[in-house]
Design a protein around this ligand. Sequence first.
Ligand code: NAD
Ligand code: ZN
Length: 345
Amino acid sequence: MRAVVFDKYQTFPSLTDVDRPTPGPGEVLLKVAGAGACHSDVSIYRKFTADGVVKLPPPFILGHENSGWIEELGPGVTGFEKGEAYLVYGPIGCQRCRACSRGQDTYCANQASMPYLAAGLGRDGGMAEYLSVPARNLIPLGDADPVDAAPLADAALTPYHAIKLALPKLSGGGKSALVIGLGGLGQAGVQILKALTGATVIATDLREDAMQRAEAAGAVTVPAGADQAARIRELTGGRGVDAVFDLVGATPTVSLAQQVVAVQGRVTVVGIGDVEVPWTFYSTPYEAEMLTTYWGTIEELHEVVDMYKAGQIKPEVERFSLEEALDAYSRLEEGTISGRAVVTP
Ligand code: NAD
Ligand code: ZN
C-alpha cells in the first residue's frame, strides 16, 4: 500500500510503497478515511534527533489524527462490523498503569519503556491506505462524516483538554479567553470556547484569513502590532484575560500571554516552540499560572465527537489525496493551509 513515511531524522518524509499491516491480537485494521496533517509532524521530521528529549526513531508512517472504516478484526476482537466508521484515539500507553486506566494514555506511567507514544508517533500512523490500532482506541462515528472528523482526534481534542482544565477560570459572567494561533488547533479552540463558556473569546494570528475565520466563529480578533497587548487588555475592561491558550508556544506569544493575563489568570501553552520568557514576581501578574498540556483523554475524545455530531465543532478541512500528501506537508510548513489538511487515501 502507499504511505507517507518518516524515514530519517531531520528529513522531509517520502511517499512510498509498504506492506499492508496485519492487525495483531486486540487490534483492528481500518481502511483509512482521513488522516490530518498536524504541525507536530513537522517538528518530528525537522527537529527530532536520536538523542533528543523525545526520540521516536524512524521509520514509521506519519499521521496521528485518523479515522476509517473497519476492514478486518485481529485475533480476539469482536463487536465490530466491516464498514463501520470510527475515529481513532491516537495515544497508546501500557494499558496497566493508573493514567491508562482512566483513559489518559498521554500520561502513561510506563511511557519511557514503551517503544512508541501513539499511532503516528513511533508506530505506524494513518497517512496510508490502511492502519492497524487497538480496538479499545476506537470511537464510533455513526453516520457522521469520517473525513471531516479526522482532525477531531488531535486538533480538537488538544484544545478541548486545555479548555476543560481551564473552565474554573472561565465560569461566571464577564470572563475572557484569548486564543493565540488560529491554525488547526486554534480554529477548533475558538469553537469549543464559544460552545462551553460565556466568555468573550479574543483571538489573534499573523494571518488575516485565519482571523476572519475565527471572527466567523464568534471571536473578537486583535492583529499583531505594537499596541496589541493594550488593545487586548482594553477588551477585558482592563482586568486582563482569565485564560490564555497559546497554540504557537514561542517567545513572542508567551510574552504576549504574560502581558495580557489577569491577576490569578491562567496561561496554557499548547504550542511546541522555543520559549525564553522569565516567569518571575515582577514580570507576571500575581498568582497568574502557566502550564503546558499534552493532547487529551479517550473519554474527552468521546465528548469532542458528541460536540461534532451536535454541530458545535465544525472542522475546516482542506482535502488532499494520498498522492498529494507531501504537498499538504509543504503547504503546512509554508503556512498556506486553511484550517486542517486532511489526506483521504
Ligand atoms: P498550524 O500550522 O495549523 O497553525 C499554527 C497557526 O499559528 C498558524 O495559523 C500561524 O499563522 C499561527 N502563528 C504562527 N506564529 C504566530 C505568532 N507569532 N503569533 C500568532 N500566530 C502565529 O499548527 P497546529 O497544527 O494548529 O499546531 C499548533 C501548535 O500546537 C504546534 O506547535 C503543534 O506542534 C502544537 N501541538 C501541540 C499539541 C499538544 O498536545 N501540546 C498537540 C498538537 C499540536
Ligand atoms: Zn500506562
